[in-house]
Design a protein around this ligand. Structure first.
Ligand code: KG4
Ligand code: ZN
Length: 335
């Protein structure tokens, strides 16, 4: 079955056609990042306007590149939560209109579940159950994926998401939004042990994360040096910060895997493109005899192919909606 998928939760307007949850027939992503970069972050009102302008041509292109018309589409999957409410509403209303006028079933899809599903495209043999580290700009979760549509949160951040911490640290060093990607590149030539940064732990919640103290520590390090007129080695700061974030993520993730006796580990979300995170987990899983899966780098960020993958399994488990479907800024991945 071919699914037309639509994604508009943040600053990418995306549409894709995906067959049986695994085969991408087309994937179009129109990014607004250049415009938001002028403001140092996503401006929600601008995002909604740009989605409204882009959605029709993006969906048309996804259908034409896949070589299908609506008559060949079995379901329309759309991201309905979580995300920027005005941005989500553009995709949801477009999908509702298309579903109503064509009679094609509508499938509401959770954004973080879709990030996890990007792995079904990149790793054709992957099937639940597995433990997934979902790390994006807005969320940092350890999720037990019991089945395609049955998930349990094992740990989560108490404050900032990992991606948010990367972006704030990068911004303090003058890197353009979203700085996580550039910070990762600059870190490659630095010494990860040059600066000692904290590894915050959450007491009584061994799998939860806290990144705000770590973020403040690196910002203070940079500001204190600049007040004293000292020049810090940027690559060393980036490498030390990246090492600290990845250390916190991997420590808790591997602890959860051991305690829950899970040997199939997966990563997902924008931050899963991070080279140190990918390399560290690949090594650690190999040492422990675990299977380790990650999305192709091109599927880590927001896209609609992953929505088409998750949408397929949501459809199979009967998760369809009608024209009273709403969008939600927040929603647990467990729902
Ligand atoms: O999943 P995503 O595209 O959007 C959300 O759903 O939030 O994640 C975006 C986040 C941004 O914070 C971005 O800086 C971060 O992913 N990111 C990275 C890397 N590539 C993207 N962070 C660290 N290293 C990277 N290579
Ligand atoms: Zn995302």
């Amino acid at each position: 079955m071919k699914i037309l998928a639509i994604e508009s939760s943040c600053d990418e307007t995306a549409a894709a056609v995906v067959e049986n949850g695994r085969k991408v027939l087309s994937s179009i992503v129109a990014s607004q990042v250049e415009e938001h970069r002028l403001y140092g972050g996503v401006v929600p009102e601008i995002a909604s306007r740009r989605h409204a302008e882009a959605i029709t041509p993006v969906v048309r292109r996804a259908l034409s590149e896949a070589g299908v018309t609506l008559s060949g589409i079995g379901a329309i999957a759309v991201t309905y939560a979580p995300g920027l409410i005005g941005a989500l509403l553009v995709g949801v209303n477009f999908a509702k209109g298309l579903s109503l006028s064509s009679g094609i079933p509508l499938v509401p899809t959770h954004h973080l579940r879709s990030h996890i599903a990007s792995n079904y495209i990149s790793n054709q043999e992957l099937k639940p159950p597995f433990l997934c580290l979902v790390v994006s700009g807005g969320h940092s979760h350890i999720v037990m994926v019991e089945d395609y549509t049955k998930m349990k949160i094992i740990g989560q951040t108490r404050d900032d998401a990992a991606g948010e911490a990367f972006d704030k640290a990068a911004r303090t060093m003058g890197m353009p939004y979203p700085g996580g990607i550039e910070l990762d590149k600059v870190a490659e030539s630095g010494n990860p042990k040059a600066f000692k940064l904290p590894r915050p732990v959450v007491h009584d919640a061994p799998y939860d994360f806290s990144f705000s103290g770590l973020k403040t520590a690196v910002i203070n390090l940079i500001h204190n040096a600049s007040q004293k007129g000292e020049e810090l080695n940027k690559a060393d700061v980036c490498a030390s910060f990246r090492y600290a974030v990845v250390d916190c993520l991997t420590t808790n993730f591997l602890k959860a895997a051991r305690d829950l006796n899970v040997s199939q580990l997966v990563i997902a979300g924008g931050v899963s493109a991070n080279s140190l995170l990918r390399g560290t987990l690949a090594d650690e899983c190999k040492k422990r005899g675990y299977s380790f899966y990650m999305p192709d780098k091109g599927l880590c960020g927001d896209n609609a192919a992953m929505v088409g993958a998750q949408g397929y399994y949501e459809y199979l488990s009967g998760n369809t909606a009608n024209s009273d479907l709403n969008a939600y800024a927040t929603m647990s991945i467990e729902k």
